[in-house]
Design a protein around this ligand. Structure first.
Ligand code: AMP
Length: 251
């Protein structure tokens, strides 16, 4: 790491580590992980939860889609992977997440949506946070039956404005004006990977990697399971998640 420039002078690595230690010691950031299959509601919950807690919302799917729409070198590399519903390699994913978490604007912590997706990613995240004397505080598994996931994804529409990225459902949560985002007025579209053939590959991927991840976080005493179905009310998941956080918050 090169020396850090702060207030017109260079801090050595040691000084920087000390300043960071003191800062984080008194302002411990909070990291919340949302696990669940595609369409489980991670993105919706994260957009509700992050502003309430003053945390950043970091969605690896959104970050990857942004790279693709910018036609960056990374975007070109990962585009076929997203199209097929496969997983982006762990070393690329952790590098993208580490860059986001290190941003000053995200210093209070983050709600991680769609990351980690494998035990290896969970281990890499643990090591990264450990090197900053930080840790994951809560892991919520949004447990939704496969039939419900398919219905959700088939009706999901996403805002085409990458900076907004809000999602809607044609039946459960339609926009006020058909095909238009309530928040920013951009056009809504159906994500290519929400098509039925890709959806099945994504759900299969999820089923293959999820159990070991649940065990990983259960062993660390961080895991909370929130069952949800298409019959639930709009804010039901948020209310239950906030109740769990309130009961289990450790200063
Ligand atoms: P999402 O928006 O979370 O459904 O993610 C869309 C796609 O981005 C996934 O189907 C994967 O191809 C890729 N992706 C998102 N997060 C990850 C991750 N943590 N690890 C690997 N690939 C990911």
């Amino acid at each position: 790491m090169s020396p850090i420039k702060l207030s017109g002078r260079l801090l050595s690595r040691l000084e920087f580590a000390f300043v960071r230690y003191v800062y984080w010691h008194f302002n411990k950031p909070v990291y919340v992980i949302l696990l669940g299959g595609p369409g489980a509601g991670k993105g919706t919950l994260a957009t509700q939860l992050a502003p309430k807690l003053g945390l950043a919302h970091i969605s690896t799917g959104n970050l990857f889609r942004r790279e693709i729409s910018r036609h960056s070198a990374l975007g070109k590399k990962i585009e076929p992977i997203l199209k097929s519903g496969g997983l982006v390699p762990d070393e690329i994913t952790i590098a993208v997440v580490a860059r986001e978490l290190a941003r000053f604007a995200n210093r209070r912590g983050a709600v991680l949506d769609g990351f980690p997706r494998t035990v290896n990613q969970a281990l890499l995240l643990e090591r990264l946070l450990d090197s900053w004397s930080q840790e994951v505080c809560f892991v919520f598994f949004l447990d939704v039956e496969t039939g419900d996931l398919i219905v959700r994804l088939a009706g999901r529409r996403t805002c085409s404005n990458k900076a907004c990225g809000l999602t809607y459902h044609m039946d459960f949560n339609p926009p006020k004006k058909n095909g238009v985002c309530d928040k920013c007025g951009s056009a809504l579209y159906q994500r290519e990977d929400d098509r039925e053939d890709v959806v099945l590959a994504r759900i299969e991927n999820f089923n293959g990697t999820n159990e070991p991840m649940l065990r990983f976080y259960k062993q660390r005493g961080r895991l909370f399971t929130i069952k949800s179905s298409n019959r639930d009310g709009k804010d039901s998941v948020l209310t239950r998640v906030l109740a769990v956080m309130f009961r289990n918050w450790q200063a």
